[in-house]
Write a protein that binds this ligand. Structure first.
Ligand code: WT7
Length: 654
């Protein structure tokens, strides 16, 4: 049976950049026939080069691909300077604080703020091209200034999400050998102040000799400790900085930023992105997928600690000369109408959020959107995890009033920008389906040997040609880069990029993402490695063995389920288990952050292992779901363990 389709709004399609599937197909054909010519065209048309490149794509050292070889540019000129001539008084950033305070930052003001911060970093702190700067920031305009200030002077920023713990922050500071940390005293959430600076203090207590200076933005003015010679107040220093700053001339392939993400093994990976290829695709996807126009107001609810915040709050919208909304708070405070009230008051035209947020807003206020004037909305986006048809339909009917395009955008930290997504003026969409690769992106669903899967069968989602905004390497570990992404699938003798996701293609070529096929789980659109959570849990002194799996969750997409085997000398009685569960979650919060806390922790007598000692996670996933075990368990070292684990899960009431 063919799934129902929703066609683009005709009025919208008329004015869209890509107006129908013929235009889409033409672009795709062009890319297939003349791949380099296609990208050459866009790179020339879109980017303000300081010096032109000599070669579009260098594949000689695959998979270390190089794009726009020899080109010189500065990303902040693309995002700011070139707009000064034509839209200096246009709002670049509209900031809304948790408590409703607003700021409008025009392009001219953004230019001045970024240059001042760049001067501060360069002249007062001695930050040079190639130095790493870690940002541990709330969602305030200074976070965007800091990212851009780094880009202005050629420093490599590494934003660490504010929900990570001191331990996790320290790991990332150490791996990047950061010279400067930029943070804030704290900010506001749900009407109350919360703190960040104490976490930085704790992270720096030991083992961070690379860090020379800490710049502190005073947002909530709560009391913090100042360490002389190390900590400096941004608010005090910024006033005296000159508001022009010579941009560093950067090579296309110089690193722009690192962003740490979880993989299937323990240590987070520092995904390294480039200058030219990254900014090109950030801008192009802003234009194609959101179809942002000169007078539009665009709002992405992500946090700048994730790639969505990088590409679709800061770099993409600003490169496109758009107005981007930055929101400090949460969409459910003070009530479930907050987001819709903002859409009404700011007349938001494009709204981009995660399925978890959609499900939460749906649950808390099914009819809430109807109380607000949401007629300004044109495009609604989702990202981060598969969306389910009921949430999709509510988004479409109730939020979008049946007239907005829904763009279900599939991409990853590693891809830099959207890869598979509907085009709002062209693509007939099927609910909860990411549809087709964007023009220029060669996405295919393959078997391990590189053959395409049959329609309806699940396969591995791969990108079979390099693309401009792709990950360049894992910071400090090129071998791991190769192994993680170019080790599993080989097409026609050539290793191709494997995303870690499974997908299905239907008879019409529509791609539906089915989720990770590796040991990575996705909780509320946050990506977490089970190995990372396991190594945190192992730090609890009573734990002998642990296995963590994801379990489907109606709101969060997936939740974290941990199976624990206690050390021999620890009695496992139920009374203590409640305490143990609490303690284990405290360990997780300390080692990683609250976002990685487990929803279910069950003490079991053993794990289901093969004779060679491999833990059969598939069985653990099935038990967590409450499913019958269909697979053959006779190959287990101890087949009777399965029933014992099931019994333990039942007793624990999980
Ligand atoms: C993983 C990447 C991309 C920005 C946010 C997350 C999942 C992402 C979709 C989508 C189904 C999706 C994938 C992917 N994912 N978008 N539209 N439909 N799944 O970035 O933390 O790098 O996570 O998120 O599993 O591999 P990330």
């Amino acid at each position: 049976m063919l799934q129902e389709k929703y066609y683009p709004n005709k009025e919208f399609a008329k004015q869209a950049r890509i107006k129908n599937m013929c235009e889409y197909n033409e672009l795709m054909e062009w890319a297939k026939e003349d791949y380099e010519g296609f990208w050459d065209h866009w790179a020339r048309e879109k980017i303000d080069w300081i010096e032109p490149y000599e070669k579009v794509l260098d594949e000689s050292d695959a998979p270390f691909y190089k794009w726009f070889v020899g080109g010189k540019l500065n990303v902040t000129q693309q995002c700011i300077d070139r707009h000064i001539e034509v839209r200096k008084n246009k709002a670049a950033i509209i900031f809304e604080g948790d408590r409703g305070d607003r700021q409008i930052i025009t392009y001219l003001r953004l230019y001045r703020e970024v240059n001042r911060m760049a001067n501060l970093l360069r002249n007062e702190f001695g930050v040079k091209k190639g130095d790493r700067v870690v940002l541990y920031m709330p969602m305030i305009p200074e976070a965007a200034y800091a990212m851009l200030a780094c880009a202005r002077i050629g420093a490599i920023h590494s934003v660490v999400f504010g929900g990570f713990s001191a331990e996790a922050l320290r790991d990332r500071i150490q791996d990047a050998e950061a010279k400067v940390i930029i943070t804030a005293d704290g900010a506001y959430r749900k009407g109350a102040p919360y703190m960040l600076k104490p976490v930085v203090d704790q992270a720096l207590e030991e083992g961070c000799p690379s860090v020379e200076k800490v710049l502190v933005v005073q947002r909530n003015n709560e009391d913090i400790i100042w360490i002389g010679g190390r900590d400096y107040s941004y608010n005090e220093m910024i006033e005296s900085q000159p508001d022009t700053c010579e941009p560093e001339v950067m090579d296309s392939e110089d690193p722009l930023f690192l962003l740490y993400t979880s993989g299937s093994t323990g240590k987070p990976k520092g995904v390294q992105h480039s200058q030219a290829g990254y900014i090109l695709w950030a801008q192009m996807t802003m234009e194609w997928v959101f179809d942002v126009k000169e007078n539009d107001t665009y709002w992405c609810t992500a946090d700048i600690g994730w790639i969505t915040g990088h590409t679709y709050i800061v770099y993409g919208p600003l490169a496109a000369g758009a107005t981007t909304v930055m929101f400090e708070g949460v969409p459910t405070y003070p009530d479930a109408g907050r987001a819709w009230k903002m859409v009404e008051e700011l007349r938001i035209n494009q709204f981009y959020t995660a399925p978890t947020a959609i499900r939460v807003l749906h649950k808390l206020g099914e009819h809430e959107p109807e109380k607000y004037d949401l007629s300004s909305l044109k495009v609604l986006g989702t990202v981060g995890e598969p969306i389910d048809p009921p949430a999709w339909k509510w988004y479409y009917e109730v939020v979008g009033g049946g007239k907005c395009a829904i763009v279900d955008t599939w991409w990853q930290t590693e891809t830099g920008g959207h890869m598979i997504s509907p085009l709002p003026g062209a693509t007939p969409v099927k609910p909860a389906c990411a549809t087709f690769p964007l023009p220029g992106i060669m996405a295919e669903v393959l078997e391990r040997d590189g053959t395409p899967v049959a329609p309806g069968e699940q396969g591995l989602l791969c990108i079979t040609r390099p693309w401009p905004s792709m990950i360049r390497t894992i910071w400090g570990d090129p071998e791991r880069f190769k192994k993680s992404y170019f080790g599993d699938v080989v097409k026609e003798g050539q290793p191709v990029y494997f995303s870690g996701d499974g997908a299905v293609v239907d008879e019409e070529g529509y791609i539906t993402i089915t989720g990770r096929v590796d040991d990575v789980i996705n909780v509320s659109g946050h990506r977490m490695g089970t190995a990372e959570i396991e190594s945190a849990i192992k730090k609890h002194p009573h734990v002998a063995e642990v296995a963590v799996v994801g379990r489907p969750d109606p709101i969060k997409g997936e939740s974290i389920f941990a199976y624990i085997v206690l050390k021999d000398d620890i009695p496992d009685n139920l009374g203590e288990e409640v305490e143990l569960t609490k303690e284990i979650n405290e360990v997780i919060a300390r080692e990683i952050g609250n976002i990685a806390k487990a929803d279910a922790i069950v003490v079991v007598p053993g794990l289901p292992k093969t004779r060679s000692g491999k833990v059969m996670r598939r069985i653990l996933r099935a038990i967590a779901k409450g499913e019958e075990i269909k697979q053959d368990i006779s190959t287990l070292e101890d087949p009777s363990i399965v029933a014992k684990i099931q019994e333990a899960v039942r007793c624990a009431g999980c």
